[in-house]
Design a protein around this ligand. Structure first.
Ligand SMILES: N[C@@H](CCC(=O)N[C@@H](CS)C(=O)NCC(=O)O)C(=O)O
Length: 216
């Protein structure tokens, strides 16, 4: 069985959980507490020298970077298909995905947060402004893309789930959890609500992960 190194709050691991679920691939979760610093353990570093999650272990193969993992899963199990048939469509789906994966998410991960508060000595309020600014900017760009394109359908691209939904939904969920005003993003909100009716999205969400903090 595949092993997924994951963390309940990780948007990148969330993307992979959704894709594995959609493709019906069973996997075992190994939880990494990124706040406690599990990612820096020497044994994990041997598996993932970047010291981040997710890492997917498929037999002898170790896969890293959520987008690269999504592509791997897609090639291994083409059905149901998570990319459009045409090159322009695939390019659009990857572009929407990367607004989140490459241009938004890296700005709000734990090591960046830590750098802002510890190395640059900014307070929590400044950190919150930082996070909220970048999450919002990403959503703004995605909303405008969705609004302008005739390819936008029930989902980000057409009427079936693609990588784009798998990348946008976790970011939108994080923005809501973070208390950001999401009213300016009605198209994303609709897609989010539609996706949440799909077990692959609903059952992969942070709040139902085994390592989600229990209330004391
Ligand atoms: N671009 C990578 C991002 C990986 C990443 O930064 N993951 C975060 C959690 S979402 C992490 O493990 N951070 C550890 C840290 O910042 O120390 C991907 O999409 O897989």
């Amino acid at each position: 069985m595949m092993i997924l190194y994951s963390y309940w709050r990780s948007l990148a691991a969330y993307r992979v959980r959704i894709a594995l679920h959609i493709k019906g691939i069973p996997y075992e979760v190994k939880s990494m507490d990124l706040i406690q610093g599990d990612q820096f353990n020497i044994d994990y570093r041997k598996i993932n020298p970047q010291m981040v999650v997710p890492t997917l272990v498929d037999g002898e193969n170790i896969l890293t970077q959520s987008m690269a993992i999504l592509e791997y899963i897609e090639e291994l199990h083409p059905n149901p298909c998570l990319l459009p048939n045409d090159p322009i469509g695939r390019s659009r789906v990857r572009a929407i995905s990367l607004i989140s994966v490459a241009d938004t998410h890296p700005l709000v991960i734990p090591r960046i947060r830590k750098y802002i508060t510890q190395n640059l000595a900014h307070d929590e309020a400044t950190l919150e402004t930082w996070i909220s600014n970048w999450l919002s900017k990403g959503l703004e760009a995605i909303e405008e893309n969705l609004d302008r394109s005739k390819e936008t359908g029930t989902y980000c691209h057409g009427d079936s789930v693609t990588f784009a939904d798998i990348c946008v939904v976790p970011q939108f969920g994080a923005a809501r959890l973070f208390g950001i005003n999401t009213e300016p993003y009605p198209r994303i909100a609709n897609i989010f609500d539609t996706c949440m009716k799909i077990p692959a999205f609903f059952d992969s969400r942070p709040q139902v992960q085994p390592d989600f903090p229990k209330e004391t």
